[in-house]
Every structure is written in structure tokens, then in C-alpha cells.
Design a protein around this ligand. Structure first.
Ligand code: 6CS
Length: 338
């Protein structure tokens, strides 16, 4: 009840959404201006304003203004903000099943196919959503920010290169487990500390989509970028569950429709940004980065080490005996056979 009241009143004039009054909502992202999540939220706000004839006024927050990624999760849960772009990589200690996205080489190599699966998967959009709802978070959509690559201070083209390698990760335990499987020493930290940590050698490498590596200038303090495509960066559009349930049906419909439209928009946005930043990194002569392309055989060596992590997920992480993973794997098999 307390959460409902708090969520429902979020922002002045928040209200139930049933009347004609102005609605002021807060939408927090984990990225800064120009980056995919922030631009997503701005575009979302613009569309909602237009559709509601100016009645829905969404204030978008860059990363940093409201604290760390973990603080932002709490703010969404307690209704201090109504909407958030959230990465499952920071909620793993709470929603264990959400760590499914930490499994390497699970989704197809094609980012487009991956997005299609994220759009249609029942395992994710129904079963996993239920798990988040238990924590007053409703994911309305899952979308990729692109394939992730490794940057490093030494060349990485085989699992041996990861031996005792200090790898920065997000906080979800299964992400750490995925890097331990290669022999690395994972070190969780917020991305706001990462540039300095790479520069000082506190950590030797990290994973992210290319646009983020380039925009956050990580390549300036790294010597190599391995095009590993070992995973996709998946983000979620989330709302405070109690607040959302308190909106009028029309308003809920408007939010859902906008979220749906935005799937195509964000796919194009991440593609554009990832392509542009690959050129930026390649052409940055002042900060040269060696691009390491893996052969299929080299990728296979990483895949073999990554496979046992799925059993670990089933046995040690999943609270439903791996049922969501089993279902998702079937959906992926079906989608890739088409
Ligand atoms: O590496 C990270 O933690 C950050 N990466 C991206 C692509 N978005 C936000 C996130 O916090």
C-alpha cells in the first residue's frame, strides 16, 4: 500500500491517469546524453507528449544524477521514479532468473534475430516478467544495445589469455561466473569508475557494445578490442508495477503502444551508433586500438568454456529448475531454424 501510494503519486500531478490533469513522470537511464538509453528515453518522452496532447510530461535523467545503477533500481521500486531503463546485469542478486542474459553465446550471432527473439519470447515477456513483478518492477520490453566486445590491455584471442586477467563486470553474480569460467578474475564496479580503473590498471579489460566503448572513451585507455560477439547487451524498459497498475486503461495502452513502437526505433539507433563508433575507434590515431577478429575456431574455444555455465545457471541460480532457460532455448532454436 505504501509503495502503491508512493508510486502513484510520483511527480507532482502524477495522479491516477484517469482524469485530464497533467502527469509528471520521471524516467531514469543508466547512460548519458547521446548514448542509446538516454536517447531512447528522450524519444519516448517526445512521443508520449504528442500522443497525450501535452498532458504527459516526462523528465528524463542521465546516469549519475540520481546515483548508481543499483540506486536507480531502488528508486524505481519505491516509486521515486516511475520509469527506468534497467540492465539485468545490476539486478542479479534480487531477480535471480534475470541473470539468463549473462550466459555467453546463448542468443544467435545475428543482432537482428536476437531482437526478434527479445520481442516475441514468452519465456522472457511472460515468465521472466513475472519474476520482476514480484519486486514491484514491470519490464515492458527487452531490447539489445548491440553485440558486446572485449577491450583489454593485452591481446585476447583464446581463453588462456584470460588467466588471472582482471576483468571489470557489472554486479550480477552469473556475469562473474561467466568470466571465472575463462579463468579470469572478475571485478564488479559501476561504469562511472571504469575509465579510471582501466587507466590505472586496477582492471585490465571490460565488455560492452562498441558505441559505449567509443562514447565512454574506454578505447583510449585500452590497447586491444576483440570482436568476440560473445553476448548481446540487453536492456529493459521498466515501470514501477504499482504505479503502472494505477494508471487509467487508456494511459496504460498509450505507454504499451509507445514501448512497442520504440523497439524498432532503438534497434536502428543502436545499429547506427555501433557502426559509427567502430569507425571512430579505428580512425583514432592518437589512441590506437588493435582490432582482433576471432576465427570460428577461436570463438569455439570460448564457447566450450562457456557451456558449463548454463548448468551452473540451472542448478545454482534458477529458482524454477532452469525452466525459463529451457523454454528460451527452444524459442531460440525455433527462431534460428526459420
Ligand atoms: O557497462 C555498463 O555498466 C554500462 N553499459 C552500457 C551499454 N549501458 C549502461 C551500463 O551501465
Amino acid at each position: 500500500m505504501v509503495l502503491a501510494a508512493c508510486g502513484g503519486n510520483g511527480g507532482d500531478g502524477g495522479g491516477s491517469g484517469s482524469g485530464g490533469e497533467t502527469q509528471n513522470w520521471k524516467f531514469v537511464t543508466e547512460e548519458v546524453k547521446g548514448q542509446v538509453q538516454y536517447e531512447y528515453a528522450e524519444e519516448f518522452a517526445k512521443r508520449m507528449k504528442e500522443k497525450s496532447d501535452g498532458k504527459v510530461n516526462i523528465q528524463v535523467y542521465e546516469y549519475g544524477g540520481l546515483g548508481t545503477e543499483s540506486d536507480q533500481v531502488e528508486q524505481l521500486q519505491n516509486g521515486a521514479v516511475q520509469m527506468a531503463v534497467m540492465s539485468p546485469g545490476f539486478t542479479g542478486n534480487m531477480v535471480k532468473e534475470g541473470q539468463i542474459f549473462a550466459l555467453h553465446f546463448l542468443f544467435p550471432d545475428s543482432v537482428k534475430k536476437t531482437q526478434e527473439i527479445l520481442n516475441t519470447s514468452e519465456a522472457l515477456n511472460t515468465d521472466l516478467v513475472e519474476k520482476y513483478k514480484e519486486h514491484n518492477i514491470t519490464p515492458l520490453a527487452f531490447w539489445t544495445e548491440g553485440a558486446m566486445q572485449w577491450t583489454s590491455s593485452k591481446k585476447i584471442d583464446s581463453p588462456d589469455d584470460f588467466q588471472n586477467f582482471k576483468m571489470r563486470t557489472q554486479t550480477s553474480p552469473l556475469i562473474l561466473e561467466s568470466y571465472k569460467a575463462y579463468g579470469a578474475q572478475p571485478t564488479p564496479m559501476s561504469w562511472s569508475e571504469l575509465y579510471t580503473a582501466l587507466d590505472r590498471g586496477t582492471v585490465q579489460g571490460q565488455e560492452n557494445p562498441i558505441f559505449f566503448i567509443g562514447d565512454a572513451s574506454f578505447h583510449e585507455v585500452q590497447d586491444y578490442m576483440t570482436l568476440s560477439n560473445h553476448n548481446n547487451y540487453v536492456a529493459m524498459t521498466t515501470v514501477n508495477t504499482d504505479w503502472f497498475n494505477g494508471l487509467s486503461e487508456d494511459m496504460q495502452k498509450m505507454v504499451k503502444e509507445t514501448t512497442k513502437e520504440m523497439q524498432d526505433w532503438v534497434f536502428k539507433e543502436q545499429k547506427k551508433q555501433n557502426e559509427e563508433y567502430l569507425k571512430v575507434i579505428k580512425n583514432d590515431d592518437e589512441n590506437p586500438t588493435e582490432i582482433v577478429e576471432l576465427t570460428e575456431e577461436q570463438r569455439q574455444a570460448f564457447k566450450e568454456k562457456a557451456m558449463p555455465v548454463r548448468d551452473f545457471y540451472r542448478k545454482e541460480v534458477s529458482t524454477v529448475d532452469g525452466k525459463i532457460l529451457d523454454k528460451l532455448q527452444k524459442e531460440i532454436e525455433k527462431a534460428t531454424a526459420e
